[in-house]
Design a protein around this ligand. Structure first.
Ligand code: SAH
Ligand code: SF4
Length: 411
């Protein structure tokens, strides 16, 4: 199936005034279609064409009469974002640079494993936070992504991975699960099984849009990636953590990276607003966590900064009582980064201390480093912040009151 027909960029309303149906929830979709004279049940059909079969053109919706398809095409669109760059790493990781209608760009990364695969999805263009080790945090332009722009990243990956139900009879079985002994058993492995909100941006600074997008993605009669297969990573927006757990019940990952407020204030400036103690309390209270669904604590290994045995022991002490796993991430370098990755021996020693304390602590194998697709390397083309601008933003973050801090636009 050809994928080069993404000539139109993604926008909630396109330049020619058409409303994009991607990103509308089912009720909104029904309203939009019935307002144009369609019967209610047609909305279910259109929904499945979009989210089960992955239709990219109204013409393909063959269960609808031609005049209906023409009408849809006149008022609506289901265009994906434009792919401005598509790279494949030697380890199979793929990265897409996607352009939205306003010219802003974001990245999504697919990381295949033997029997599954995760898509790393962006929630914002850039990020208002300025974690010192993160490339995205050096980006000047920031805006929240719309729900449709988030959902479209997953749809686009499915296009490329050829995983829509309509692709082939095998595709239907692949998406819907295979029965043993059937011919379709030859292709049981799905490439996109999990979603990690770990791309560009802070998802809890764009909570409403992320929540709406994830609800669409989770819906059973659609993309159907369930809450247990979705992980949202936050640098620690404490007031939103509870809501995320209550409303979405997705897995939580927390970017901890330091065990003292003194250091965390420096490398994750949001800590000045929500210090470690408050953050860990929010984790203790996280409604969707349990022993079978532990919270992941991400810890980037920075040489000589946060990687000593004393740090490891303190990490273990801090996490006592929280159903946790610890993910040690070798620092991924980017041009001009002010850190180096810890030595392998140091990472191992750190991991041993954490393991001995009873925590699983996989060291995350860097994936896609050769195409700058690894954690923290994502950055679409926009100007780099100057040191003065970074300092100014840090100041705003620490001064902004909590309510204001919950929106990311405007910086
Ligand atoms: N804003 C969210 C999610 C996106 S960042 C957050 O901070 O959690 C995804 C993960 O990559 C975070 O754990 C982040 O701390 C980590 N990360 C950022 N820069 C990195 C780098 N250069 N090397 C390794 N991990 C990095
Ligand atoms: Fe933003 Fe996360 Fe990068 Fe920090 S690590 S700057 S919160 S994307």
């Amino acid at each position: 199936m050809g994928i080069d027909n993404h000539s139109k960029s993604f926008a909630a309303v396109s330049a020619d005034g058409k409303r994009n149906l991607i990103g509308l929830d089912f009720i909104e979709l029904t309203e939009a279609l019935t307002a144009r004279g369609l019967e209610k049940f047609r909305a279910s059909q259109v929904w499945s064409w979009i989210y089960i079969r992955g239709a990219r053109d109204f013409k393909d919706m063959t269960s609808l009469a031609k005049p209906t398809r023409d009408m849809l095409d006149e008022y609506f669109t289901i265009a994906r974002p434009t792919v401005t760059q598509h790279q494949k790493s030697e380890d199979g990781t793929q990265k897409w640079l996607l352009r939205m209608q306003d010219g802003q760009e974001v990245e999504s990364v697919h990381i295949p494993e033997e029997d599954r695969g995760a898509l790393c999805v962006s929630s914002q263009v850039g990020c208002t936070l300025t974690c010192r080790f993160c490339h995205t945090g050096t980006q000047r332009l920031v805006r929240n992504l719309e729900p449709g722009e988030i959902v479209a990243q997953i749809m686009l990956a499915r296009d490329y991975l050829n995983e829509w139900a309509a692709v082939s009879p095998e595709g239907v079985a692949k998406t819907r699960g295979t029965k043993p002994g059937r011919k379709t058993d030859v292709m049981p492995v799905r490439l996109l099984t999990n979603i990690v909100m770990m791309g560009m941006g802070e998802p809890l600074y764009n909570y409403e849009n992320v929540a709406k997008a994830l609800r669409i993605v989770m819906q059973d009669d659609g993309i159907a990636i369930g809450k247990r297969r979705i992980t949202l990573s936050t640098s620690g927006v404490v007031p939103m953590i509870k809501r995320c757990g209550e409303e979405l019940e997705v897995n939580l990952a927390v970017s901890l990276h330091a065990v003292t407020d003194e250091l965390r204030d420096q490398i994750v400036p949001l800590n000045r607003k929500y210090p470690i103690k408050e953050l860990l309390q929010a984790c203790r209270d996280y409604p969707a966590a349990s022993n079978s669904r532990r919270i992941t604590f991400e810890y980037v290994m920075l040489k000589g900064v946060n990687d000593s045995p004393v740090d490891a022991k303190e990490l273990v002490r801090l996490l006592r009582g929280i159903p946790a796993k610890i993910n040690l991430i070798p620092f991924n370098a980017w041009p001009g980064a002010p850190f180096e990755c810890s030595d392998w021996g140091t990472i191992q020693k750190f991991g041993d201390i954490v393991n001995e304390a009873g925590y699983a602590s996989p060291v995350r194998t860097p994936r896609g480093r050769d195409i700058m697709a690894a954690c923290g390397q994502l950055k679409s083309a926009s100007l780099k912040l100057s040191a003065t601008e970074r300092a100014a933003i840090d100041k705003i973050i620490s001064e902004k009151d909590k309510a204001q801090g919950l929106t990311a636009t405007g910086l």
